[in-house]
Ligand binder design. Structure first.
Ligand SMILES: Cc1cc2nc3c(=O)[nH]c(=O)nc-3n(C[C@H](O)[C@H](O)[C@H](O)COP(=O)(O)OP(=O)(O)OC[C@H]3O[C@@H](n4cnc5c(N)ncnc54)[C@H](O)[C@@H]3O)c2cc1C
Length: 603
């Protein structure tokens, strides 16, 4: 999500808010009572919030009482940005000095909204977890007329890093990762600019602290907008750690003490956190992605342990920012992805100067008197032990579902490998308890999946919808320096499912036009379509390694879900000169053995 996305989401919310007395939206009935910020009440609330935070000078608040919600949000956003950029850090001070008046959004408080209770339970729904899945589910359930409370609590990392509402994606996942990836691509672009005739200083260097503070400012503004959005949508939010007492009762640990609440239904959306290896020094001296995006010192020479997408992305942007990452791989790179593409991603990173230590596992981390970290590691086959010193050790060895604090046994919910197994309705083994997002077992751990699944669940529970989440053919991108995006089946999964004789793979290397002038390597720019061999030649999977991969694959994902065939792909006229058009030019099959390297760009 970018700065403009924050504006956009607010604008979209207002545009979508129904103005008639009751409207059906996506199977949910909404009424002015839960319609958010449109109208004088909404504007008044937003203004009051801003006065409370002192984000808007009194002059703005007093002199423009009639301005619409959209411009109020925009002013608020600008003022948040200004305050957060204040080098004295006065924004934090302002928040601590707040008086508790009629406005209920209070960053320092545990409870945002007053609770209302009707019927045998305090609530219709308690959503545990205020991340992508939980927030989407809670907001939609309220829009459908349910009495909902959403709990969110973040335990600090061993280093002490903590963050606000919004979950992993906003605070320590997709958003800061994409911003750091962008920072790294910009550095590369500046170097390329010289070849395009720009007079640039080739010795440019990034300022890590400035990057971190820009990224964190953006995150804080998203946290704030999230809170305002929850307030406007009448979603009660409690900053507390929930755990079950029985299938309908939960205790919430809050700063102000424990509280017991009951609900008809529960949605568990607690997500996961990075794992630490069980070796000496791992927790004391290592960090994870939870710490990296707010690290208050330069990472320097970094050992990234783990070659899943998070490890590779972090190593990629660290290299682009001028640091020295090394990737340690226990077994394979990008498990779960197409392995030919995974190999090309790793090769492209090695070509950029990122060393990979294959088949090694860490044994210990020790802090030397110099402050450097001495890491001992072992070859998993030969047993050879090596050591090296690093400034930072980043664990990217996988994520653990946050089931422990929930006391699920009290509710009778079964767990499986730190996760919760659900059926196709996201129902657990306990009838009134559901789970959604990263915490569920065996489904893609991605924000858009969590959001859509959460929303659809709420519509089924409280609206008139019966639509279930379709977890197949979800497109995704690995934001490595040369990006990799895919949708559908990997080549090996297609072979496993249909047999090698029934699969045709169309593939090709290509040369992005914009790579020629700065003489960037085109060696790993490659794509393939995995398709049915006979009949209509339905496309099962598309894989692309190259620039702006996510943007390229997103549209093809809709085509694939609509039953794309090789014939349609070949009859689609490309947009020239783009890299996405290469999908319309694929005409060499792997089976043919012909050379898939292109002769020219334009014929
Ligand atoms: C570094 C990184 C990069 C990523 N990049 C991408 C990307 O580019 N694209 C993409 O689609 N996805 C990406 N992801 C994955 C994405 O962030 C997750 O899929 C998504 O955030 C899952 O949402 P969720 O709601 O299930 O869980 P979360 O967002 O983790 O939210 C769960 C919330 O519940 C809270 N909680 C836990 N236990 C309790 C409790 N007992 N009581 C109260 N609250 C509790 C947690 O603290 C957390 O705030 C990335 C993840 C990481 C780590």
């Amino acid at each position: 999500m970018s700065t403009s996305d924050v504006h956009l989401s607010v604008e979209r919310h207002q545009r979508d808010t129904p103005k008639s007395s009751e409207t059906v939206v996506d199977g949910c009935k909404t009424s002015p009572g839960n319609s958010g910020s449109v109208g004088p009440g909404g504007s008044k609330r937003a203004l009051a919030c801003m006065r409370l935070f002192e984000f808007v000078p009194a002059s703005v608040a007093e002199s423009e009482p009639q301005q619409n919600s959209r411009s109020i949000y925009r002013s608020a956003y600008l003022h948040i940005r200004l305050r957060q950029m204040d080098p004295q850090g006065e924004e934090q001070q302002d928040r601590e000095d707040l008086d508790d008046d009629e406005v209920v959004i209070r960053p320092e408080s545990d409870v945002i909204l007053e609770t209302g209770s009707k019927g045998p339970y305090d609530y219709d729904l308690i959503v545990i977890g205020g991340g992508s899945a939980g927030l989407a589910c809670a907001k939609e359930a309220v829009a459908c007329g349910a009495r909902v409370v959403c709990l969110d609590y973040v335990k600090p990392t061993p280093l002490g890093t903590k963050w606000g509402v919004g979950g992993t994606c906003v605070n320590v996942g997709c958003i800061p990762k994409k911003l750091m990836h962008q920072a790294s691509l910009l550095g590369e672009a500046v170097h390329e600019a010289a070849a395009y005739g720009w007079n640039v200083n080739e010795k440019i260097k990034p300022d890590w602290n400035k990057l971190v503070s820009s990224v964190q400012n953006h995150i804080k503004s998203v946290n704030w907008v999230t809170r305002v959005d929850l307030r406007d949508k009448k979603v009660e939010y409690i900053n507390g750690l929930g755990s079950f007492l029985d299938p309908h009762t939960m205790t919430i640990k809050m700063k102000s003490g424990d509280r017991k609440i009951t609900s008809q239904t529960f949605v568990i959306a607690v997500g996961g956190r990075p794992r630490y290896p069980d070796i000496p020094g791992a927790v004391e001296y290592g960090i994870t992605s939870d710490d990296l995006f707010s690290l208050n010192r330069e990472p320097g020479k970094t050992l990234v342990v783990g070659a899943g997408y998070i490890g590779l992305e972090c190593a990629g942007f660290l290299k682009g920012l001028g640091y020295e990452p090394t990737v340690m791989v226990r077994s394979i790179v990008l498990r779960g992805f197409d392995q030919q593409m995974a190999g090309l991603v790793a090769d492209s990173m090695e070509e950029r100067g990122i060393p990979f230590l294959y088949q090694y596992v860490p044994l210990s981390v020790e802090k030397l008197s110099s402050g450097k970290l001495l890491v001992k590691y072992e070859h998993s086959q030969s047993g050879e032990v090596r050591s090296d010193t690093f400034d930072t050790v980043l664990w990217a060895i996988g994520r653990k579902g946050l089931v422990d604090d929930l006391n699920l046994a009290n509710a009778g919910v079964h767990t499986f490998k730190d996760k919760i197994q659900v059926d196709s309705y996201e129902a657990t083994n306990v009838p009134n308890i559901y789970a959604v997002g990263d915490i569920i077992y065996g489904k893609p751990e991605l924000t858009p999946v969590a959001v859509l699944a959460g929303r659809l669940l709420a519509r089924r529970l409280y609206g008139e919808s019966t639509q279930r989440m379709d977890y197949t053919d979800v497109a995704t991108t690995v934001f490595t320096p040369l990006e990799y995006a895919c949708v559908g089946l990997s080549e090996e999964d297609a072979v496993k499912e249909f047999g090698a004789d029934e699969i045709e793979v169309f593939h090709g290397y290509y040369k992005p036009t914009e790579f020629f002038i700065p003489q960037k390597s085109v060696r790993h720019c490659y794509l393939k379509a995995v398709a049915e061999r006979h009949g209509e030649q339905r496309v099962y999977g598309l894989h692309y390694l190259g620039p702006v991969a996510g943007e390229v694959i997103q549209g093809f994902a809709a085509a694939l879900k609509s039953g794309l065939t090789i014939k349609t792909l070949m009859n689609t006229v490309g947009i020239h000169p783009t890299t996405a058009e290469e999908f319309t030019r694929l005409n060499i099959t792997k089976r043919s053995g012909l050379d898939p390297t292109p002769a020219s760009c334009c014929s």
